[in-house]
Design a protein around this ligand. Structure first.
Ligand code: ZN
Length: 117
């Protein structure tokens, strides 16, 4: 009997490999119920992605650091901090913050959109 790889599911208790027969699967070794969580996977991915993109906007618009110097309050966003570090010659730190805070999250959004569509 030839079985596709996608039809195989693992038992969450004993990790035995079983054939997915539909909604009610029981492990052939230990008899535990095996539930596949295929329902709403795409919808959940979109919900998490949209939530992350919404949360990303205020995270980059509002200051993440507020400094008080000589009675003056000054806020700095992530991108403002990167520009400040770059202007003062801290290129490696500026690049690390730029990649970790801007390039990687935006790349993740684009990859997830591409993979989910
Ligand atoms: Zn089992």
């Amino acid at each position: 009997m030839q079985v596709d790889r996608e039809q195989l599911i693992a038992c969450p208790v004993c990790e035995a490999v079983n054939i997915n027969k539909g909604k009610k699967n029981k492990c052939r070794r230990c008899g535990s119920g095996i539930y596949t969580h295929q329902t709403f996977q795409t919808e959940k991915s979109w919900a998490y992605l949209i939530t992350a993109m919404i949360a990303y906007v205020p995270a980059n618009l509002y200051p993440m650091l507020i400094t008080k110097q000589f009675g003056q309050h000054e806020g700095s966003t992530i991108f403002g901090g990167v520009a400040y570090l770059w202007e003062h010659g801290s290129y490696p730190i500026a690049l690390v913050i730029f990649f970790a805070s801007i390039i990687i999250p935006v790349s993740k959004f684009l990859i997830m959109i591409y993979r989910t569509l």
